[in-house]
Design a protein around this ligand. Structure first.
Ligand code: NAP
Length: 443
């Protein structure tokens, strides 16, 4: 591994393809024999620092259409948290099912899972049949893994019945020194970003693009009012950028004055601090309080000059969904990609059907959408919102921070990269965008 790293650090990328592939590598894992370790504990008390390990694992054999990547940096996503607390289900069930498909997928069904759904790194080897990518190329990987043997996936690859999230529903993820991906997950690394900056946007940036911008999601247009929950968080910090870039009017919801400052520094003007306002959308575990929905809607109108919301960017789920349906404009859209606070949603359906609103389910993004989202990063139209970077050995703490909502934007992890700040290839482009890069990172 040292030879590979030395070649990358010396910019001798052509050499990378001829160096031997190590038989094993360091990876962040969960263990199958530990999936019950948190039984009886509340979700909040399930601690990723106990369940995430850094292990030396065997390098998988490279199959057709695949690529082996030397990973310089990766990032924490909320799916890292879900995997580490074994909720809502253990991810080993995904690996077992995937392993039953064919001989190649059987490699994924192991007593450990190397997790992680983002990476920035260098192509080390490509498998048979790969012509678009070569060893030595600097890449990022999106996390859509598809088989595409069914007709159903050929209009929109997210519709493939064998669609999986790499590093969550598959093994050999990006929180590691090596990663195995399908070649059709690869995209060019932004040349003006460091390794850790380049690894940060991937999953959330693509998800926000589909959910808000794509015709498969909110199909946002200029002038739309967009309610963004968790606007300084992983998804929200990209949704806020898309709303601002696209000429829409974001109404950003956050939970502290510091987070309000972050979204304001991104350019958002309409901000609601949900903690300061003290919204209690649920009276108790079973009943919601429509008066609180109204109070929230009134605040939105005060900010927007009397307008309701065209598109709600939903992901908190159970706690906020009733309010999200209520504050949406007649004919408006609620796009949802998650249920962090609980997936059994209840809402008053009269506000949906009588006002002809639509709920759109959105999940990650297809290759085309991911490519467009990455293109905006490489051109400096969208910026990484990386707030903190950890060494791989501290990955448990990194995931704990995200689990406990102690973080902002994205949290990065160094893999092979020995330090932060490496990997910039286009200094002039970086210089051009330096003010924004620093501002969006909170530097
Ligand atoms: P994140 O970085 O933790 O940000 C989420 C933000 O939502 C939090 O920072 C918090 O912001 C806000 N929030 C959390 N609980 C809330 C609640 N009960 N009420 C109101 N706001 C709440 O996480 P993320 O990366 O954005 O991911 C968010 C969710 O989306 C996770 O469940 C994740 O698994 C899911 N997700 C799904 C996909 C997909 O493809 N389907 C992709 C990415 C993420 P404030 O405290 O500032 O309000």
């Amino acid at each position: 591994m040292k030879e590979i790293l030395d070649a990358i650090l010396a910019d001798d990328l052509e050499a990378v393809g001829s160096l031997p592939v190590p038989e094993s590598y360091r990876g962040v894992t969960v263990h199958k024999d530990e999936v019950d370790m948190f039984e009886g504990r509340a979700s909040r008390d399930k601690d990723p620092r106990e369940s995430l390990h850094v292990d030396e694992v065997a390098t998988p054999e490279l199959g057709p259409g695949e690529a082996l990547i030397a990973v310089m940096a990766s990032s924490i996503n909320f799916n890292t948290v879900w995997t580490s607390i074994f909720e809502p289900v253990s991810t080993f069930g995904f690996l077992e099912r995937y392993g039953k498909l064919n001989e190649l997928t059987r490699r994924h069904d192991l007593p450990y899972q190397v997790i992680g759904s983002d990476l920035a790194g260098v192509v080390l080897r490509v498998g048979p049949g790969v012509s678009k990518w070569k060893p030595g190329q600097e890449v990022v990987a999106h996390c859509l893994s598809v088989e595409l043997e069914d007709a159903a996936g050929h209009d929109d690859t997210m519709m493939d019945p064998q669609q999986r999230i790499w590093g969550f529903e598959t093994n050999f993820g990006g929180l590691a020194d090596l990663a195995l991906v399908k070649a059709n997950q690869l995209m060019p690394k932004a040349p003006h970003l460091t390794w850790e900056e380049a690894a940060a946007p991937g999953l959330v940036n693509s998800t926000a693009y589909r959910q808000l911008v794509s015709h498969n999601g909110g199909n946002m247009k200029q002038g739309d009012t967009v309610l963004i929950w968790g606007a300084s968080g992983g998804l929200g910090s990209y949704a806020t950028q898309y709303a601002l870039n696209g000429g829409a009017i974001p109404v950003c919801v956050v939970s502290s004055p510091e987070k309000a400052d972050i979204v304001r520094s991104m350019g958002a003007e309409l901000v609601i601090d949900r903690s300061a306002e003290g919204y209690q959308f649920w009276k108790d575990e079973h009943e919601q309080d429509p008066k609180e929905w109204q109070r929230f809607g009134k605040r939105i109108r005060e900010l927007t000059g009397g307008e309701d919301i065209d598109i709600v960017f939903e992901h908190p789920g159970r706690e906020t969904f009733g309010a999200s349906i209520y504050v949406t404009k007649r004919g408006g859209t609620i796009t949802t990609c998650a249920s962090t606070s609980g997936y059994m949603h209840t809402y008053d359906n009269r506000y949906l059907w009588m006002s002809l609103k639509r709920i759109i389910g959105s999940h990650f993004a297809n290759y085309r959408e991911s490519w467009e989202a990455n293109r905006l990063i490489t051109k400096g139209f969208v910026h990484p919102t990386l707030s903190k970077v950890y060494a791989m050995d501290d990955v448990g703490q990194a995931a704990y921070d995200v689990h406990r909502n102690l973080h902002q934007g994205k949290v990065g992890v160094l893999c092979l990269a020995p330090d932060e700040g490496l990997g910039v290839r286009d200094g002039a482009l970086r210089e051009k965008h330096l003010t924004e890069i620093n501002r969006f990172r909170g530097v």
